[in-house]
Design a binder for this molecule. Structure first.
Ligand SMILES: Cc1ncc(COP(=O)(O)O)c(C=O)c1O
Length: 265
């Protein structure tokens, strides 16, 4: 399917007599009268949900929608874009090591690296990602490279394919913040990125009425990110997930709707 069709259907498989608009499943816990069934669902062996910090129908619809649109195996929804970035950083670089960072990243991401990662032993290399020779040198021994498809607020556009090619030579994973481009304009995984993060507060949410984040990546990595998110409590609530997942599809039914919001507003 083309992206337009994926955008309309993404995230939720409809069966006959299902409500067309998704319901909000506003619950913290689920009813079980059989411990074996509970255990099987909790272990992921049967479909279902046990506790809203772990998963919920609405977050699952949002995760599936973003994974489909980004061409990822899976995705994890979070309470904010910063929570998505934190989880992705910790899962991709779990131990202190050199991080190659585009120096024009969103200010709070830079603050997170300066104030929460550098004091914990991470060496952060702030580089102009337009300078591919500097990127090549900076990748030496790096644990992770981080950039934005279109930077906030300076709107610099990196040569994602060249950066991912250089990183692949050194087997360095690449984390891309795709907030400003949205999957309508760029799907970084198709260019070789390892993981994509979104502040769904922006284009994915589309209407300035929710705070949310999403990480999309391969199945093994997202499983690690999901488990970390459950431990750290970065969960997105059902109502915000409903707004975002329904908006991703409803908003994207109108051509160009992903791009109607003013960046950073
Ligand atoms: C590019 C980018 N990444 C991350 C964030 C952080 O997202 P949130 O505000 O949803 O935590 C923002 C917020 O403006 C952003 O513009």
């Amino acid at each position: 399917m083309k992206l337009d069709s994926r955008a309309v259907h993404a995230g939720r498989e409809l069966k006959p007599r299902d409500p067309l608009a998704p319901p909000i499943v506003q619950t913290a816990v689920y009813v079980y009268d059989d411990l074996d069934d509970y255990d099987a669902v909790a272990r992921g062996e049967r479909p279902g949900h046990v506790y809203a910090r772990n998963s919920n129908e609405n977050t699952q619809w949002l995760e599936r929608a973003v994974a489909e649109l980004e061409g990822a195996e899976a995705a994890v929804a979070t309470g904010s874009g910063m929570a998505a970035i934190l989880l992705a950083l910790l899962s991709l670089a779990p131990r202190p090591g050199p991080l190659l960072v585009q120096r024009e990243l969103y200010g709070v991401t830079l603050a997170l690296l300066r104030q929460d990662f550098e004091p914990r032993g991470y060496e952060v290399r702030y580089i102009d990602f337009a300078d591919l020779e500097a990127v090549r040198q900076g990748l030496d021994g790096a644990a992770l490279a981080i950039c934005e498809t279109i930077t906030n607020p300076l709107c610099k556009v990196v040569d994602l394919e060249a950066i991912c090619r250089l990183a692949a030579e050194g087997r360095v994973p690449v984390l891309v913040d795709n907030t400003f481009a949205s999957p309508a304009l760029c799907r970084p995984l198709e260019h070789g990125a390892t993981a994509v993060v979104h502040s769904a507060t922006k284009y994915l949410g589309g209407h300035s009425d929710l705070t949310a984040g999403v990480v999309a990546a391969g199945g093994e990595l997202t499983a690690d990110i999901r488990a970390r998110g459950v431990r750290m409590g970065t969960t997105l609530g059902p109502f915000e997930a409903w707004l975002a997942s329904w908006r991703v599809r409803r908003g994207s039914r109108t051509p160009g709707a992903c791009c109607q919001q003013v960046p950073g507003a």
